[in-house]
Structure formats: C-alpha cells, structure tokens
Design a protein around this ligand. Structure first.
Ligand SMILES: Nc1ncnc2c1ncn2[C@@H]1O[C@H](COP(=O)(O)OP(=O)(O)OP(=O)(O)O)[C@@H](O)[C@H]1O
Length: 317
C-alpha cells in the first residue's frame, strides 16, 4: 500500500492558486523529495498532508487515511519537523520530550524517550538544557520528538535550511538511518539539489502549483538534463543572438542558455553578447534539470540566510 496518495490537489488562497491540481504517490519506506522554487507550493502541499490546512479540491490519503475526513488518524500516523526551531532552549532534552509526549498523548512515553535518546546519542545530555546543545544535537532531539509517538511517515519542511555543512551532513545521516532502522517513510522539501540527490529515492519537481516532473535523480537527469550557460549582463540582451545555441531564457540581469556540449559553444556565446559581467557553465546535473524545468536558479547561501530569518519571523508571529 502507498504511504501517500495525492490526487488532483488544488488549493486557493483568495485569488492565489497555490496548487493547481497536483498528483503523486509515495511508497512505504521511500525518502521522497519535493523540490521547487519559492512559492511553488511545497509548504502548502505539506500543510495539506499534515492536516494543517484543507485542500480546496482533490484528495490526499496519508497512511491509509483521508486527510480531511480522518484528520485525527492522520495526525496519529505522522510526525512533522519544520525548519523553524521547535525545541525549547530553557528546558532539558528530557523535558522537551515530556512536553511532546503530553501534546501528542503518548502513553508509556518514558521508555520510548529513553530509547530514542540512546539511539540518537543524547542519553548523557538528556538532563542538560537544550540551549547548551550543539546544532546537530538539537536537530537530533527534534527528530526524536517527532518520532516519539511512533509515526509511520515523517514530514520535513526544509529540514536543513540555515545549518552549516557539518550539521547538514549529520542530519542527512540521521534521515538515512531512521528510514532504514525504523522503516519510516520520509517526505521532505528542500532547496538544495545536492540534498535531494543524496537522500531521495525519488523527487517531484513543483513549479507554480503544478507538478512538472517526478522520478529518481538518475531518471530526471537522463530526461531533462541540459548544460546551462548563465550570463550575468549589464545591458539588455537580444535573445535572437543566442537562440542558435539553444533555448534562451532572459531573466532580470541574467540570461540562461540551455544547450548541449556547452564547452564547445562557450566562446561563440560570449562573443554574441555585450556587457557580460560574469559567466557560469553548469554541466547536466540535477541543478540543470531544475533550471530547465522551472527557469529558476538555485539559491545561494546569502538567500538561504534571508529565508531562514523570514521563517523564524514567521514562526514567531
Ligand atoms: N496563507 C496564505 N495566504 C495567501 N497566500 C498564501 C498563503 N500561504 C501560501 N500562499 C501563497 O501560495 C503560494 C505557494 O506558497 P508555498 O508556501 O506553498 O510555496 P513554497 O513552495 O513552500 O515556497 P517557499 O519555498 O518560498 O516556502 C505562494 O504564492 C504563496 O504566496
């Protein structure tokens, strides 16, 4: 049986059509990634699947239960980790787990909490204030809290945003381990292609509320991979000068040329354009699949920090 079935999901917020009819399935035991540029509808999808908001139309079945008609059963079957901080710094790890147990109504939680703390290497730190934990320890505690009631499916909305490289890779390892050891199905959203490629068996790419591709990283690269030449320009560009080299997308201050064997064409491409400030060539990869399908470039670290602050502000509202 599938862990998640999404059928023609539509979500409107007033005039904004956040989801325009998306459908996909996630098998039990999969690590499945939802990828898409800002505003694509990733968070909206997760909110519907976790029962935080209702779809305008369409249907979603999570762990065998309808997200609208059987919301309580869905809640019991899933765990949810947001990118914004959910642990309380002024409590110990153990106390955080206790609060989670009470919120989720977990009986006999003490044994399970002790087992999870051991599993995540936090047993010795259990009675220390979380404010004194390292980032990696906090993340492991968050995962322990989400697993306390024994969910079948774990939803993670941009789980590694704002983490440094070490903590990010540590969390990847945790996700792989819990998937293997507990058989938990994971649906995560991410902006990082590397993360999707490292972790996800299959990936769905969403753009402007529509699902534009789904498959394993290998399948997506074989089907949609292109070389991308990205030019940063100081003057407007006439796209017809670049069209002999491939498909041209003109963005704000940037031009993207989607092509094959980019290295052979680079000299001619550069000659055809005035006012080039910088040139970047990306060989076919999941990055270029994403650019090809969404026209969006991948966000850099700077944008990442801005996103994190925006999310923390949002979480505090
Ligand atoms: N509560 C809301 N009210 C009105 N519009 C909303 C609301 N929540 C989301 N939207 C809009 O719906 C669209 C999809 O948003 P969503 O947060 O699902 O995208 P996302 O892919 O998660 O983006 P991001 O990566 O930036 O978080 C956006 O246009 C957004 O502005």
């Amino acid at each position: 049986m599938s862990a998640i079935v999404v059928e023609n999901l539509v979500k409107r917020y007033g005039d904004v059509e956040a989801l325009r009819g998306i459908s996909f399935e996630v098998s039990r035991g999969e690590v499945f990634g939802l990828l898409g540029p800002n505003g694509a509808g990733k968070t909206t999808t997760i909110k519907i699947l976790t029962g935080l908001t209702k779809p305008t139309s369409g249907r979603a079945i999570v762990a065998g239960f309808d997200v609208v008609k059987e919301a309580a059963e869905v809640k019991r079957s899933i765990g949810w980790i947001a990118s914004e901080v959910i642990v309380d710094d002024e409590l110990t790890g153990w106390e955080n787990l206790e609060i989670q147990a009470r919120l989720a109504g977990v009986k006999n939680w003490r044994e399970r909490a002790a087992e999870l703390l051991r599993y995540f290497g936090l047993a010795e730190a259990a009675n220390r204030l979380v404010g004194k934990y390292s980032t990696g320890m906090r993340k492991r505690l968050e995962v322990a809290m989400a697993l306390l009631h024994g969910p079948e499916i774990l939803f993670m909305d941009e789980p590694t945003v704002g983490l440094d490289v070490g903590a990010r890779m540590g969390l990847w390892e945790v996700i792989r381990q819990i998937n293997k050891d507990f058989g938990v199905t994971v649906l995560l959203t991410t902006h990082y292609m590397e993360e999707a490629e490292e972790l996800c068996g299959r990936i769905a790419i969403i753009n402007k509320g529509r699902l534009v591709a789904v498959g394993t990283p290998g399948e997506l690269k074989a089907k949609y991979g292109v070389d991308v030449v990205e030019l940063e320009v100081s003057k407007p560009v006439d796209p017809s000068k670049l069209s002999p080299f491939g498909e041209v997308v003109v963005l704000d201050g940037r031009v993207v040329v989607k092509t094959q064997r980019a290295e052979e064409k680079l000299a001619d491409i550069v000659k055809a354009v005035d006012g080039i400030k910088s040139v970047r060539v990306k060989k076919a990869s999941l990055d270029t699949v994403f650019i090809n399908l969404t026209g969006a470039s991948i966000e850099g670290e700077h944008a990442d920090i801005k996103r994190l602050y925006a999310r923390v502000r949002w979480a505090r509202r």
